[in-house]
Design a binder for this molecule. Structure first.
Ligand code: PGA
Length: 240
């Protein structure tokens, strides 16, 4: 793991964007694995700027998102399908047919998880963006998730629901389940960038890098991947 420590959230976003911009410049038809939550918003803003400057085009880029909530529909502002449209896709020249986000249709959950997993098996993600939960989750692989899991339906950890309550009006409104890529899918990516900002992430970042590889802290599995860059700000890296 290569650790890059920068000053603040803006620098985390900028540094991550440099990797993604280089990736797209070197391979315009790159397959990107994308994340949601607060952390990648600054990165997406830098990518939109690079598109507007004509440094990069998303015309040939293919994307696969890590996860999607279950129990809210696709036009709910917190649905990750909507999030991606709002924060990136509607602002660049992404082709809708190149966008892949797990389908959360409540009537076909297992079928949709299998369809998403089959699609992931056929491709090789060039660059995967990850955030990290304060409990050490990546995607929605919560503590205790078997490290060999592929795309599955997960019951969200209480800590994750509390952490994400800020996006909803009450804890009751935060979905209890999600579809997520499994650790095995994530580990297949050729290159992984994990971004973290803020003191709430400091403990998880410390354990991910210096702790044992364990299901109790799913991000620790990244110690076993040959090509990972971790970009942290001063607060998230304060225990390192
Ligand atoms: P956040 O979430 O970016 O909203 O802090 C990160 C994650 O849960 O992976």
């Amino acid at each position: 793991m290569k650790i890059i420590k920068v000053k603040d959230y803006n620098e985390v976003s900028k540094k991550a964007s440099e990797f993604v911009i280089n990736q797209i410049m070197n391979k315009p038809n790159s397959i990107l694995g994308l994340a949601t939550g607060s952390t990648p918003i600054g990165l997406y803003n830098y990518l939109i700027k690079a598109y507007q400057d004509k440094t990069i085009s998303f015309n040939k880029v293919i994307t696969y998102n890590l996860d999607e909530y279950i129990g809210i529909d696709r036009n709910h502002p917190q649905c990750y399908y909507q999030y991606m449209q709002d924060h990136l896709f509607s602002k660049v020249d992404m082709k809708q047919e190149n966008i892949h986000i797990p389908n959360n249709d409540p009537n076909k959950l297992n079928e949709n998880a299998n369809i998403y997993n089959d699609a992931l098996k056929k491709v090789s993600i060039d660059l995967q963006i990850l955030g990290i939960g304060s409990n050490g989750h990546i995607g929605f692989n919560e503590p205790g998730t078997p490290l060999g899991n592929e795309t599955f339906i997960v019951e969200l950890d209480e800590q994750t629901r509390k952490d994400n309550m800020r996006f909803f009006s009450s804890l009751d409104e935060v979905p209890k389940h999600a579809i997520t890529m499994g650790i095995k899918n994530i580990m297949k990516s050729k290159f992984i960038i994990l971004m973290a900002s803020g003191k709430e992430k400091a403990e998880a970042i410390y354990k991910m890098i210096h702790g044992d590889v364990t299901e109790d802290l799913p991000a620790s599995v990244l110690q076993l991947h040959p090509n990972v860059v971790v970009i942290v700000d001063e607060l998230a890296g304060s225990k390192l």
